[in-house]
Design a protein around this ligand. Structure first.
Ligand SMILES: NC(=O)c1ccc[n+]([C@@H]2O[C@H](COP(=O)([O-])OP(=O)(O)OC[C@H]3O[C@@H](n4cnc5c(N)ncnc54)[C@H](OP(=O)(O)O)[C@@H]3O)[C@@H](O)[C@H]2O)c1
Length: 287
């Protein structure tokens, strides 16, 4: 059953159109190179339109994996594909695992606090999610490989891709958690101080410090770098011909690279060039 006729799940014609539009996404991100206006996270602004950080993350990120899973469920029936090969389901599972962590677990369970997000950024993020999910979902659920023969001879590459994806995800989680620990520690200190002085506990929601563990020693955005590695692993699983996985990697880099570079400027402005030291933004020793 289609939720939106010919769009969810997409007909082949619409899927091709979506994929073409999605490949042009880096053009939109050019704006990020010419302005520092990016109303979320460290650079969030005060606005009455702001969406609370945690709910913004849930609502802008969750539609991605839900859309992809819906395509996996509905499109094969529509196309008369009896069952999809295990490799298609493996990729759908990898995508779902990542976004269960990013869209549900991180904001609702793990993150101590998240800055509010302006609807403009929220709208761009949900567009990213929907276009990406339809592009990947269409490929995985009927317009890409549909029989196990389509994957033949690729077992070792698939295994290698899964290993790279897994390490990338774990490393992304590790560095995310290093940032969380800064706020958790600030909360513990604020509670201790409040107890000792008999005053109310100070708000630590906008406390920022220079993270130092793991790859933070070399770069300020290792969690971004590890996420790129993760999705490169995903692309390796899909293979060179998996243009939607390649487009996903390219589009992530297009949006996260300028964010990391302007984030480097933000750290220098906040903590000083000396404290930032030789650390680069995202690629150790390079960028
Ligand atoms: N932003 C993107 O375009 C994008 C795209 C795809 C995937 N992702 C992934 O999503 C995850 C989060 O991305 P993000 O852009 O929100 O990363 P981020 O700006 O580094 O923030 C991550 C979390 O850590 C907190 N935080 C950041 N720097 C801190 C510091 N120096 N001290 C204390 N707390 C700090 C943030 O709090 P505040 O919210 O209060 O700043 C936020 O809760 C990353 O793993 C990234 O790979 C991001």
């Amino acid at each position: 059953m289609a939720i939106i006729q010919n769009w969810l799940p997409p007909s082949r014609e619409n899927w091709e159109l979506i994929f073409t539009v999605w490949q042009l996404f880096p053009v939109v991100t050019v704006v990020q190179w010419v302005t520092t206006f990016y109303p979320m996270g460290k650079t969030s602004i005060e606005s009455r339109f702001n969406i609370p950080g945690k709910w913004a993350w849930v609502t802008m990120e969750a539609p991605g994996f839900l859309t992809l899973l819906y395509c996996m469920y509905s499109l094969p029936k529509q196309l008369g594909v009896e069952s999809l090969p295990w490799a298609n389901w493996t990729m759908a599972g990898m995508f779902t695992i990542h976004y269960l962590y990013r869209a549900i677990l991180s904001p609702l369970v793990l993150n101590p606090s998240m800055s509010p997000i302006h609807p403009l950024v929220w709208a761009l993020a949900i567009s990213f999610q929907l276009l990406n999910a339809l592009s990947l979902g269409g490929w995985l659920a009927g317009y890409g490989p549909t029989t196990i023969n389509d994957w033949s001879g690729r077992l070792y590459t698939i295994e290698a891709g899964i290993v790279i994806w897994g390490w990338g995800l774990l490393a992304n989680m590790y560095h995310d958690d290093d940032l969380r620990e800064i706020r958790r520690a600030a909360q513990r200190r604020a509670e201790k101080k409040a107890k000792e002085e008999g005053k109310p506990v100070e708000n630590v929601e906008k406390v920022y410090m220079l993270p130092k563990n793991g790859l933070f020693y070399y770069v300020l955005y290792p969690h971004y770098l590890c996420e790129w590695i993760e999705w490169c692993g995903f692309w390796i699983v899909g293979g060179w011909a998996c243009a939607p996985a390649r487009t996903f990697v390219v589009n992530e880099i297009a949006t996260m690279l300028p964010r990391a570079l302007s984030g480097w400027d933000w750290y220098v402005e906040k903590f000083g060039r000396e404290k930032v030291g030789k650390r680069k933004a995202i690629i150790p020793g390079l960028l």
